[in-house]
Design a protein around this ligand. Structure first.
Ligand code: ADP
Length: 194
């Protein structure tokens, strides 16, 4: 069992986060909540690295398709007109493609964030996945109003400023994927670690 202060999570600013000039704002919000940035880098992702970052299993892809189908039903949009099918296992891969093309459209900023409950606290600071639903005071709620209703009409991924791991296991996997064997840089935060 790790010490609570040793928990790490993976965060990546998406193209909209970078292009809205929110790199500093995002880092500030983690740091002011007593979390530490222990690795940080801007880079231009390859199609392949993004493709292998997002799960490829049937269940995850179909879930993406289901979300889109739900949105279409809720707003009375025509799935057949936009996708030529109502089959979520065929719509899912389309949405995954939008996600890959969005994520490779600008440089990204990746980081490892460390501290007590890092995974959950980072997701709380980020806010709900869909910005139009995110509470004010969260990054997504303060800086975006995007929604699947709009994104799907425009045939693109929902732009929600940042990605953050959902569980400690996912964090470990993603840190390995994005940082490989690169070093992280631990240090003692005043007022937090001593
Ligand atoms: P999270 O990023 O919060 O873990 P998901 O794993 O559900 O969320 O989805 C991955 C990303 O795919 C989201 O962050 C968002 O950018 C995009 N996305 C999710 N659902 C849809 C959708 N219905 N239409 C377009 N893009 C979507």
């Amino acid at each position: 069992m790790k010490h609570p202060k040793e928990e790490v999570t993976f965060v990546m600013l998406k193209p909209d986060g970078v292009r809205k000039g929110l790199i500093g704002e995002v880092i500030k919000r983690f740091e002011q909540r007593d979390l530490k940035i222990v690795a940080l880098e801007m880079f231009q992702p390859t199609h392949e690295l993004i493709d292998t970052h997002y799960p490829k299993d049937e269940a995850w892809i179909t879930r993406l398709g289901e979300k889109t189908k739900n949105t279409y039903e809720k707003y009375g949009y025509d799935l057949i007109a936009d996708f030529g099918t109502e089959d979520t296992s065929k719509i899912g891969p389309e949405v995954r493609k939008w996600l890959i093309s969005f994520m490779t459209s600008a440089p990204l900023v990746k980081m490892v964030v460390k501290g007590t409950h890092a995974v959950d606290v980072v997701r709380k600071i980020a806010g709900e996945t869909m910005p139009y639903k995110a509470d004010m005071g969260t990054i997504r709620g303060d800086f975006s109003n995007d929604s699947p209703a709009l994104a799907n009409k425009e045939k693109r991924a929902v732009m929600n400023i940042l990605h953050c791991s959902e569980t400690p296991e996912e964090a470990e996997h993603e840190i390995k994927h994005w940082f490989g064997n690169s070093e992280t840089y631990d240090y003692k935060r005043f007022g937090v670690d001593e």
